[in-house]
Design a binder for this molecule. Structure first.
Ligand SMILES: Cc1cc2nc3c(=O)[nH]c(=O)nc-3n(C[C@H](O)[C@H](O)[C@H](O)COP(=O)(O)O)c2cc1C
Length: 222
């Protein structure tokens, strides 16, 4: 019986969660002075509530001439050094990042009426870190990473054929990380936490990294 009630509550949670969250405030005094710890609080909450793809984030980049582009990627790790995601080093985003390392991440957890924007500079993580993560992936994902020349024009047949050929070639063998695939870390310089509140008087708390390494905290008008 308890199990059934818990199951029903879990089903209803997305509907009731925003109401709960309306009671939550962000203010300059109560947020953590460290924006990564503040992010951790929210991220933990989103993961604990089992929000679908809570770790997904939009990654905005821009080309040399300032043309923007955006796509979803998955957050695989974060700490005081920054936010890590993995991708193809020959993709459109990678080419844009090579020309212009400034990028922005955006998290949106609608059930929590919450958005977090992270501006910063992106650099490749070490080959060792990428190797470690690549070796932890499912074999099919490893083969997929090798088979797909991400962001190039391709036919479905070509893609499937390449996957099957690689699967045969690597049967029973360890799959090494291809040089064209690995991680990036966005080192943040500014984080904005947005919390939905009644009457559209939302909270917007911004952290800005200063040259001496400390973070200032300000409120922006919603
Ligand atoms: C929820 C979601 C998560 C994704 N995660 C990743 C990811 O972690 N890495 C990645 O390379 N592409 C990921 N993709 C695909 C990208 O959005 C994108 O199509 C791909 O990286 C090519 O982007 P680009 O041509 O702008 O470089 C994801 C897509 C979705 C919808």
């Amino acid at each position: 019986m308890r199990g059934i009630i818990a199951f029903i509550l879990r089903l209803l949670r997305p509907a009731i969660y925003p109401m709960e969250r309306h009671l939550i405030r962000l203010d300059e005094e109560s947020v953590d002075p460290d924006p990564i710890k503040q992010f951790q609080r929210l991220f933990n909450e989103a993961v604990r509530a089992k929000f679908y793809l809570a770790e997904s984030m939009a990654l905005a980049t821009a080309s040399k001439d300032g043309t923007p582009s955006v796509r979803m990627v998955l957050l695989k790790q974060f700490d005081s050094r920054g936010f890590v995601f993995y991708t193809n080093y020959s993709s459109r985003k990678a080419k844009e990042l090579a020309d212009n390392p400034r990028a922005t991440l955006l998290f949106h957890w609608p059930e929590m009426h919450c958005q977090v924007r992270v501006d910063g500079t992106v650099e490749k993580i070490s080959a060792e870190e990428s190797d470690r993560y690549f070796s932890s992936r499912q074999r099919d994902s490893q083969i997929g990473a090798i088979a797909s020349p991400q962001s190039d024009v391709i036919s479905r047949d070509e893609l499937d054929r390449s996957f099957e050929e690689l699967k045969r070639a690597y049967a029973g063998k360890e799959i090494p990380r291809p040089a064209h695939w690995g991680g990036y870390r966005l080192k943040p310089s500014c984080l904005e936490f947005w919390q939905g509140r009644a009457a559209r008087l939302h909270d917007r708390i911004v952290y800005e990294l200063q040259t001496d390494g400390h973070w200032t905290i300000k409120r922006l008008a919603p």
